[in-house]
Design a binder for this molecule. Sequence first.
Ligand SMILES: NC(=O)c1ccc[n+]([C@@H]2O[C@H](COP(=O)([O-])OP(=O)(O)OC[C@H]3O[C@@H](n4cnc5c(N)ncnc54)[C@H](OP(=O)(O)O)[C@@H]3O)[C@@H](O)[C@H]2O)c1
Length: 319
Amino acid sequence: MDIVERECEVEALKNCYASDRSEFVAVYDRRKVSKIGFGGATAGIPNYVHAFDPHKEEDRRGVVEAIKEAYKLGINYFDTAEAYGEGASESIFGEGLDGIPSEELFIASKVAHTKDEGDKKVIRSGAEVRQSIENSLKRLRRDYIDLIQIHGTYYSEDMVAAILEKGGIAEAIEKAKEEGLVRHIGFSIESQNVGLDRFLECGRFDVMQIQYNLLFQHPYDPYFKIGSLYKASEYGIGVAAMRTVTSGIFQKWIKLVNPENTFDYNPALVQFVLSCPCVDVALLGMRSAARVRQNVEICNDLSGRISIHDLHYRIAPPE
Ligand SMILES: NC(=O)c1ccc[n+]([C@@H]2O[C@H](COP(=O)([O-])OP(=O)(O)OC[C@H]3O[C@@H](n4cnc5c(N)ncnc54)[C@H](OP(=O)(O)O)[C@@H]3O)[C@@H](O)[C@H]2O)c1
């Protein structure tokens, strides 16, 4: 994926806000949250998708410039996590967003619900979660974080119980919310997993961040009208899609099956996620200002949106 420098001036993000759905989704209602969000995994995890070292000055500077360009062009949703490079991504976001008033931003971060003990994963205590939020605030250079999400992959029954039980992880985040350190609470999840329904039904979360893209379409099946994106909408929960351009998997697959194919599928991958009526924010990892400009251009190009319903419709029209 080579970065193509555009010669033309890129127009700032226009008419592309999550609050298009604000009648359903309270969390993004108070302000205009941009339809594309700046994802922080590529800004912190070493060699995530591409060669990258968050502690190398040149790599770090590229992302800081990307963040500044994103804000300049109207992206105000920034999603990071303590786990992205052990705080490196949050520190880079802190630097890139420094001086911008908090009211103009929607900063989301994540707290891990487990920690490693030897080769086992054990549940973190409420006190550890609290400490993690305080550390995130320092690295992000903020008094509050708009959204703290429980950082998930796949949740076992035990993990769900530990998160929701009295004195558990959700309660520790709710306490931080009462104290004004956090504005909203969410969870992230990779798939249709046991935890998902429980989290949606419990009424304690404002945002679900889930893997949804051309390759992983289970959350939204408009033919059968089934999937967690429908369910999140029913509950009025905001949806952020992660891995919008498939975290590089689709691109690697094309290289494997057709190495001569040089067509750039990335704009269509972004448009696919933006076309889903149940997605509020499409998160995109970006390590350069040029990449940000590309994605703002794609988001502004409303002619690239498709009907996912028509795509899934399986009955051929009569001859
Ligand atoms: N469990 C979780 O909570 C979880 C898991 C995964 C992701 N997320 C969140 O979702 C965000 C997005 O997911 P992701 O970063 O894994 O994957 P992604 O956004 O699908 O892919 C990021 C990669 O795609 C490239 N890219 C982006 N836009 C492009 C374009 N228009 N043309 C060509 N290449 C493009 C970027 O390249 P460059 O680096 O060269 O700019 C980057 O390497 C994350 O950063 C994170 O905030 C959360």
